[in-house]
Design a binder for this molecule. Structure first.
Ligand SMILES: NC(=O)c1ccc[n+]([C@@H]2O[C@H](COP(=O)([O-])OP(=O)(O)OC[C@H]3O[C@@H](n4cnc5c(N)ncnc54)[C@H](OP(=O)(O)O)[C@@H]3O)[C@@H](O)[C@H]2O)c1
Length: 287
């Protein structure tokens, strides 16, 4: 089975490649990145997909800088909406399945109930709106699609866990937002679910996050506790932490459809985080 990945140098792309390569021989893997396949270029997308003829395309490419999207509006839509559309058009032509990654930011996030796949989307930011339009294009242009909405992702690359650990090297005290709730999600768990789901014909939209929920403040405290780092973490409100993009207060997603198909293989976020930090230590040689 031939699998082509876009955005292969991003957090999720790196982990997917790692897991696909581990399944020796089961997949012919084609990794592309921003330099080798810019998804905003329809002709290039068509040329690469028509020549490589993948059975499955996994779109990990996105404009993920949420605050920058508020200013780079055209760029955000070009990558997150048009890029997804180009892949959908090309996948339909060659009959490939398209796995597309979306976000909790498609929801308003004011209601403190986990969101299900059929709940009404109401994005509050350019990033969220551009990702929602990307979802709509994928549904419109490619029959064999899987859309996975995810939450607070961390893996290899820039993410909240790495930022907290870096800040702890130079600070004795940190202020972290305590009134936004979500589900920290490990790329390891997410990649495993994607690989299981993409082999099925259960096309549609899925919520795909680790189990449990916490605030950014809880998340930070757990990172420091697991790493035995002595640091004071002050809870602050979103109003005190000024940012360009409006963020959902309550970002928890219910993996309802994955549960119906028996494919909700996500661990609790604390267990996944412990595993991630232990492996980080092992690979960095820290003791
Ligand atoms: N990170 C989160 O917390 C989070 C939460 C919810 C949803 N998501 C979604 O999950 C997916 C994966 O996120 P991630 O954290 O792995 O993202 P990431 O680490 O920022 O990786 C995104 C990759 O896309 C590439 N890219 C950007 N524009 C491109 C273009 N025009 N053509 C091809 N590649 C392009 C980037 O390359 P350059 O760096 O070279 O530009 C980067 O390697 C994205 O769809 C994101 O929207 C992420």
């Amino acid at each position: 089975m031939k699998v082509l990945i876009t955005g292969g140098k991003g957090q999720l792309g790196i982990e997917l490649l790692r897991q696909l390569y581990e399944k020796e021989g089961a997949y012919k893997i084609m990794s592309t990145n921003h330099d080798t396949l810019d998804i905003t270029d329809l002709e290039k997308v068509k040329q690469v997909l028509l020549s490589k003829q993948p059975d499955i395309v996994i779109n990990c490419a996105a404009h993920t800088a949420v605050d920058r999207c508020e200013q780079d509006i055209e760029d955000a839509y070009r990558v997150n909406a048009l890029g997804a559309k180009h892949l959908a058009i090309a996948c339909e032509v060659i009959g490939a399945k398209l796995v597309h990654i979306s976000t909790d930011y498609v929801f308003e996030g004011n209601n403190p109930e986990p969101r299900r796949e059929d709940d009404k989307a109401a994005p509050q930011s350019i990033y969220g709106s551009s990702k929602l339009l990307g979802e709509e294009y994928v549904k419109t242009f490619c029959k064999k699609h899987f859309i996975l909405r995810i939450d607070w992702l961390y893996g290899e690359g820039n993410n909240f866990v790495k930022t907290m650990l870096k800040l702890a090297e130079t600070h004795k005290e940190l202020n972290v937002v305590d009134d936004q709730i979500g589900s920290p999600t490990s790329t390891k768990d997410l990649a495993g679910v994607i690989i299981a789901l993409m082999q099925t014909a259960y096309y549609g939209t899925y919520h795909a996050t680790c189990e449990g929920q916490c605030s950014w403040h809880d998340f930070a405290c757990m990172i420091f506790a697991l790493k035995h780092i002595d640091i004071k973490v002050n809870p602050i409100t979103s109003k005190e932490f000024v940012s360009l993009a409006k963020r959902p207060r309550f970002s928890v997603l219910d993996n309802f459809m994955l549960k119906l198909y028996g494919l909700n293989h996500f661990r609790h976020w604390e267990e996944a985080l412990r595993d991630y930090l232990e492996n980080e230590e092992a690979s960095s040689g820290e003791i």
